[in-house]
Design a protein around this ligand. Sequence first.
Ligand code: SAH
Length: 208
Amino acid sequence: MHIQREKLLRQLQGFGRHISNQRVVEAMLKIPRHLFVPFDEKDLAYEDKPLPIGFGQTISQPYMVATMTQLIDPRPDQCILEIGTGSGYQTAILAELAGRVHTVECIAKLSHRARETLDRLGYQNVHFLTGDGYKGWPEPIVFDAILIACAPKDIPWELTKQLKPTGQMIIPVGPQDNQYLKRIYQNKNQWIEETLMEVRFVPMVSSL
Ligand code: SAH
């Protein structure tokens, strides 16, 4: 399996792709993606593709996970909010690199399954919640970064209230066939919206 992970990583670094952050590279090599995909998809676990995980949802493409993680560059003294736990694969990568991860998923069964997988891998720095990501985290925490793994039609600006002034939110925005990954951050008390690349994520569902 480790050889497959190295092969995957080479794909993530080829053809003008820039997964170069060594800590991210190590985390991608360490986390066993096959534990996060359904049994009949295991053969495809180390392909650079999203895969179905049930409930109409998908585990994100590894390149996307690596890209978003690299944008955040989570540190051991940092606290990250993730919205859209899904399989928990991205959660595990964040848990490996950050001090604490808070993750919200609207489908209870996915959240429970992700918790089981992360427990099995021994991560104790993750807080799971079944709920509506538009509401953010229910406690008054301010995060170093917010990573959103599902795409709302418009930027949920409310969530920026849970960001530190130095924090950033990485988020795919737009309808299914016209989505862009954005980085939202503050400069001189103004919110800046930087458009990074075209992407395709499952929709962020509203009014749960
Ligand atoms: N990074 C995850 C991606 C999961 S797909 C992985 O690799 O497995 C995105 C997830 O967002 C889905 O599980 C979906 O149920 C969840 N989601 C969609 N809208 C949401 C919302 N409003 N609040 C919380 N989670 C939501």
